[in-house]
Design a protein around this ligand. Structure first.
Ligand SMILES: [Cu+2]
Length: 505
């Protein structure tokens, strides 16, 4: 049958059902748009960027719902309305084109797609807007530089402050957590120390890759996520928890766990959303537990914060997945809270520069500049990693180990240095080679400058079972402490370590 000779055939399809479908599709799309937020499919919003991104996403979901309804609806409608009669084996009518229809189905999607593109562009340019330099990373009235480092497998954050230590050098704070406060405009510069990583904070709706040999950047402005706050501070190695006073009516299940090991267990009191206001009015005591100095109680809340997830989205192998366990984004309720509870303490702790290699080693290892804690256990620093031999008492064992692996190694300190630099050549029995990353003093791989390597070796040498560095079997002539616990001659120790680590350059 030649349909062009019989145009009346084409209008056999009535338009009414199509119009009804169209209207239903619009209602379905609008309903999806309106109710989408209440479905709770997205993480909470903690940045201005998150609000904009989510609104764009919501519009896209609404439009998709219209298209979904139209396409699916017409498929079912057509299947029923144009179903062939039984025993009808003839071909269908050869309909050839409908200019009007083609114009409509070209123009309508084009307009939609162009609108979405323009809207996305506006969101993108708002979200990446470059703000005035003096309004970025402001702490104590002045902008700072904040750098993010990634390595297999952990994050660390570096704050180049405007404060000086007693020797007149700028204080650089290192932290496993990214500290920020509500309303802070952040500008992070990011570098990887080894492979590609991807910095993702779901609640901020930001994600940015870190690429070897190139510094990448990300900008966002935090906001109050309007959920319960936690109390305390997150300054390492001081652990803080908050507890309700006797006259407070609120009881937290979490607090029953505070009698376990407080030194490795920062207890965070999470508030129930429903009770938030009531709870905020309660009486609170913040207690600082400092590993060695015992308990210091204060009547003040040092600050309230929200702990938000920091994820590595570069998922090749499980190690990147584990990067989310050691770092958090600590969102303080205000700049004052952040300064009282974290920043000022951290600055004071760094006023006096490391007093020699041992001290530097402790600082490097406890602030997450190297990812050792993900795999190793070391009680002194609260590490609980289970992928590698425990480093507790390594200062006692190092010398014995020296004789059992690697021919060149003659003493404990050399063994430790080589275990870090060439882990695959110095494999501990019962463990596999290839798990521990190789840390090289320069070149490709995970970089650990010689000064850091020296410091870490020195610190590990002091890790004896007795806790007394004098028992160390590292054979370091200058690992001697005076009565105040300070190194007798830090320069001599540094020189001795440099001699050892030079040997293998
Ligand atoms: Cu990663």
């Amino acid at each position: 049958m030649d349909i062009s000779k019989n145009p009346s055939q084409q209008s056999a399809i009535s338009t009414m059902p199509l119009i009804i479908f169209g209207v239903l599709a619009l209602v379905f799309g609008l309903g999806t748009y309106v109710f989408y937020p209440s479905w709770g499919t997205l993480p909470m919003q903690a940045s201005v960027q998150a609000e904009r991104t989510d609104e764009l996403f919501r519009v896209l979901i609404g439009i998709s719902a219209v298209v979904f309804f139209l396409v699916q609806g017409l498929v079912y409608y057509a299947a029923v309305a144009f179903r062939a009669k039984a025993n009808d084996f003839t071909d269908g009518p050869a309909i050839h084109g409908n200019v009007m229809l083609e114009i409509v189905w070209t123009i309508v999607p084009s307009v939609i797609v162009v609108t979405i593109a323009l809207y996305s562009f506006v969101v993108w340019s708002d979200n990446t807007e470059v703000l005035a330099a003096d309004s970025i990373n402001v702490v104590d009235g002045e902008p700072l530089d904040i750098n993010v480092y990634a390595q297999r497998f952990g994050w660390s954050f570096e704050y180049i402050t405007n404060e000086e230590n007693v020797e007149g050098d700028i204080i650089v704070l290192n932290s496993l957590d990214l500290h920020t406060y509500v309303g802070q405009n952040l500008f992070l510069r990011m570098d990887t120390r080894d492979v590609i990583h991807s910095f993702w904070v779901p609640t901020m709706r930001i994600k940015q890759d870190l690429l070897p040999g190139r510094t990448t950047e990300v900008r966002f402005t935090t906001m109050d996520p309007e959920v319960g706050w936690q109390f305390g501070a997150a300054l390492s190695p001081v652990t803080v928890y908050a507890e309700a006073r006797a006259d407070s009516e609120i009881v937290f299940e979490d607090l029953t766990e505070t009698d376990t090991d407080l030194s490795i267990y920062p207890v965070n009191v999470e508030l129930e959303l429903a009770d938030r206001d009531a709870q905020l009015e309660g009486n609170w005591t913040a207690v600082i537990i400092n590993g060695e100095d015992g308990f210091v109680a204060t009547d003040e809340i040092l600050g309230r914060y929200n702990k938000l997830r920091v994820v590595c989205a570069e998922l090749c192998g499980s190690g990147h997945g584990a990067m989310g366990f050691t770092s958090d984004l600590i969102l303080w309720e205000s700049e004052d809270a952040m300064m009282d509870a974290w920043y000022n303490n951290a600055i004071e702790a760094n006023r006096i520069p490391p007093s020699g290699p041992v001290d530097l080693g402790r600082i490097l290892l406890s602030t997450g500049q190297y990812p050792c804690s993900n795999c190793h256990t070391l009680e002194a620093l609260g590490w609980t990693g289970a992928l590698a031999p425990s480093l507790d008492g390594i200062g006692d064992r190092a010398a014995d180990r020296a004789g059992t692996v690697g021919e060149d190694v003659s003493n404990g300190a050399e063994y430790l240095a080589q275990s870090i630099r060439l882990p695959n050549a110095y494999v501990v029995a019962a463990y596999n080679a290839g798990v521990m990353p190789q840390f090289v003093t320069d070149g490709a791989g995970s970089v650990m400058p010689q000064e850091d390597l020296n410091a870490i070796v020195a610190y590990l040498c002091t890790q004896t079972t007795s806790g007394d560095a004098a028992d160390s079997t590292c054979n370091l002539e200058n690992l001697n402490f005076n009565e105040e616990g300070r190194l007798e001659d830090k320069d001599a120790l540094e020189a001795e370590l440099t001699d050892i680590t030079d040997e293998y350059e």
